[in-house]
Write a protein that binds this ligand. Structure first.
Ligand SMILES: [Cu+2]
Length: 160
């Protein structure tokens, strides 16, 4: 009886606990904030190629003291944002943080962000997996359409 028990225990130790998250990150970028702002919004798409939902515990980055995921909701034409208490990347699915919608809020910027530089972030899952993210800082004011107003300077014609 004792021997049988030992063998059973050994077998149980061998049973693998393969709960590896299959998270990938795409389309990660950070919107260049106005010079006086101490927050910036970040965007990315998190994909899960695994068979199980993956819950995100949080984000770490050197550029902000308090990065958090925010949800956006429309209350009678007023957009409200709230910290997401649970960020879950569904199995064989994705969760999107895109401009105008849910986003990553980089609260308490520790320095000035510059267009073209890459913000390094680490996304942590509740299972303890870390996913590295490189998010390019983009200045969205460039190339903005000013509604057809002609600001082009045709110059003066000096006929002397
Ligand atoms: Cu926000």
């Amino acid at each position: 009886m004792k021997l049988k028990f030992v063998i059973l225990s050994a077998l149980m130790l061998v049973v693998p606990t393969l709960a590896t998250a299959e998270i990938s990150v795409e389309e990660a970028w950070v919107r260049l904030p106005p010079p006086v702002a101490d927050t910036a919004a970040g965007y990315m798409v998190l994909r899960n190629s695994g068979d199980q939902d993956v819950q995100i515990k949080g984000v770490k980055t050197d550029v902000a003291r308090q990065p958090e995921f925010h949800s956006m909701s429309d209350h009678g034409g007023m957009m409200h944002m709230m910290k997401m208490e649970k960020v879950i990347v569904p199995a064989h699915g994705e969760i999107r943080f895109v401009s105008g919608g849910n986003h990553l809020m980089l609260i308490g910027l520790t320095g000035e962000l510059k267009t073209g530089e890459h913000v390094m972030m680490t996304i942590e899952t509740v299972d303890g997996e870390n996913i590295m993210v490189h998010a390019e800082v983009r200045d969205m004011r460039e190339g903005m359409d000013h509604g057809g107003h002609d600001t082009m300077d045709h110059g003066d014609h000096h006929g002397h």
